[in-house]
Design a protein around this ligand. Sequence first.
Ligand code: NIG
Ligand code: FE
Length: 418
Amino acid sequence: MKNRVKVDLLIKNGQVVTASHKEYPARGNKMKHLEVIERGWVACAGDKIVAVGSEEEVSAAVEIGEKTQVIDATNQVVSPGLIDPHTHLVFGGSREDEFYRRAQGADYMDIMRSGGGIASSVRATRATPLEDLVASARQRLNWMLRMGVTTVECKSGYGLDLDTELKQLEAVRILQGSQPIELVSTFLGAHAWPGEFKDDHQGYLDFLVEIALPRIRNEGLAEYVDVFTEKGVFSVEQSRRIFQKASELGFKLRVHADEMHTLGGAELAAEMGMSSADHLLMVSEQGIKALSESDVIPILLPGTAFALRKPYAPARKMLDAGLPLALATDFNPGSSPTANLALVMSIACIHMAMTPEEVFNAVTINAAHSLGRSNRLGSIEVGKQADLVLFDVDNYRKIPYFFGVNLVTKVIKRGQLV
Ligand code: NIG
Ligand code: FE
């Protein structure tokens, strides 16, 4: 009994819920399954989980002393910190005017074509100083943290010129480490055609490939590159050119695929070995097949279908094809202004017929995997980072069931109660 690890933080007697161990991502039967420990204990030292199990197992494995901070989780669920793998976090202004217009029947793409939509957020983001972008994004991250989210992917794409794209990515860099949530940065310069290039698409593609991508790579400002591959936005061919260059430069890839139209974004993701293909409301049978023969994580964003009154992505078909789905909010000022990932889990259960087990795997281990972080994040296992959330219910199935209610009581990031 000597040299046992001294525990800094102990969470005891909760219903400990986590993705099954070792093999990531979760797909097929694994996706239908969660490990559950009733009256479970989780011990953390520094930023790591050092023991998980029953009271007997944990007390035998590690040293619980006077200095150990103890949290009683009786009648609460203890889950891995939730991971939101697709957001447009940093933007200036807001677009509640379009919310009114859509309520009266206007369509998202029509608003975009008439100069609103993304273009309106581009104008506002260009006009907003860096420190104000940081302040508003910090407030949004605080909303997310209070809802149990401990890791967030953030895309640029409301600049569409070098200075503003850099300003958005710089905002993410400033926020990384100056608040508790871990951020993953993605360059989405190909989010729309900027007004300056409306008659010169080739010119904007040249700018992205020859100037923006190398500069962002050199400055280490993004880990991923994303493109809005969509009818009237970036074609599959145009997207491929951007992705090819990004890949050569060492970026990893994600894509807005088959959101409003069936265009072949899923197939492109499979062809290029991307980390994720996101949205997929209009994915084809062929697209599903291509994904099932690849390692791409399909990320579904049902908050967007909900807010735009669009058909939901065919989640059951994809699950039956063995795809390791993840879920995200798509938090953005237009199509999905929600920071509530637990609500997205509920919408996925209600409208896409996913089970509570599947949605938990989707926002923990599979979301982590899509961000290249499943070795460190996304499950409660010895050796992993201590990112944990406590919910004020005694059974994880009640979390998506009580939809829209924020049940989070405590959030632990890197072993620290935040
Ligand atoms: O993921 N689809 C493109 N981009 C965002 C919406 C951005 C916006 O409306 O500002 C999305 O839905
Ligand atoms: Fe998006």
